[in-house]
Design a protein. Structure first.
Length: 166
C-alpha cells in the first residue's frame, strides 16, 4: 500500500509501534518540513502541540521512528543530527557552510545507490549518502551586503513547511 495515503497512526501501527501523542506530534512536526530540523527545533514544535515533553522523550521517539524507517536522520559534519520525513528514496542533501541550512537534492545519477564505488570490497551496496556543501542564497546575499530571510541560526528558526501540492 502507498504509505503517502496512510495516516500517521496507521504508519505507526504498520511499523509495529504503539500510537502515542509524542510520536504523532513528532511526525506532525516533520510533515511538509523542508529545513531538516534538529532535535531542539522538533522539541519546540512538539511542545507547542502537547505542552511539556522532555528532551529524552523527543530523542527516544526520534530513535524509534528512525529505526522503524518512518524518519530519516542525517548527520552533516560539524553539526547536530537533523531529521526529515522523506524516507524510502536515496536522495542527498546540500548544506550551507555558514548557517547550516539544509535541503534535499534528488539522486545524483540514475537509481539508488546513485554512485558506484570502483571497489565494493564484497559489500552489497544499496545506498550512497552524499552531502554537498556551499553557501545558501541568503548567506550569499548577506556576504554581498543584501537582505536575508534567515537571520537566526537554523535551530532557532521556526519550522518551514512546503507548500501543499495538489
Amino acid at each position: 500500500m502507498d504509505t503517502a495515503m496512510l495516516s500517521s497512526a496507521e504508519l505507526l501501527r504498520q511499523a509495529g509501534l504503539r500510537v502515542t501523542a509524542q510520536r504523532l506530534a513528532v511526525l506532525a512536526s516533520l510533515a511538509g518540513v523542508t529545513d531538516h530540523p534538529d532535535a531542539d527545533a522538533i522539541a519546540a514544535s512538539v511542545r507547542a502541540q502537547l505542552g511539556a515533553v522532555s528532551m529524552q522523550a523527543i530523542y527516544d521517539v526520534l530513535n524509534s521512528l528512525t529505526l522503524a524507517g518512518l524518519v530519516r536522520r542525517i548527520e552533516p559534519a560539524g553539526g547536530p543530527a537533523r531529521f526529515e520525513a522523506r524516507v524510502g528514496d536515496n536522495h542527498h542533501h546540500v548544506v550551507c557552510r555558514s548557517c547550516s541550512a539544509a535541503t534535499d537534492v534528488d539522486c545524483v545519477l540514475g537509481t539508488a545507490p546513485c554512485l558506484d564505488p570502483n571497489v565494493s570490497h564484497g559489500f552489497l551496496i544499496d545506498e550512497a549518502e552524499v552531502t554537498f556543501w556551499g553557501l545558501c542564497p541568503d548567506c550569499q546575499a548577506r556576504r554581498a551586503g543584501g537582505a536575508t530571510n534567515h537571520e537566526q541560526p537554523t535551530s532557532q528558526r521556526p519550522l518551514q513547511r512546503e507548500a501543499v501540492r495538489e
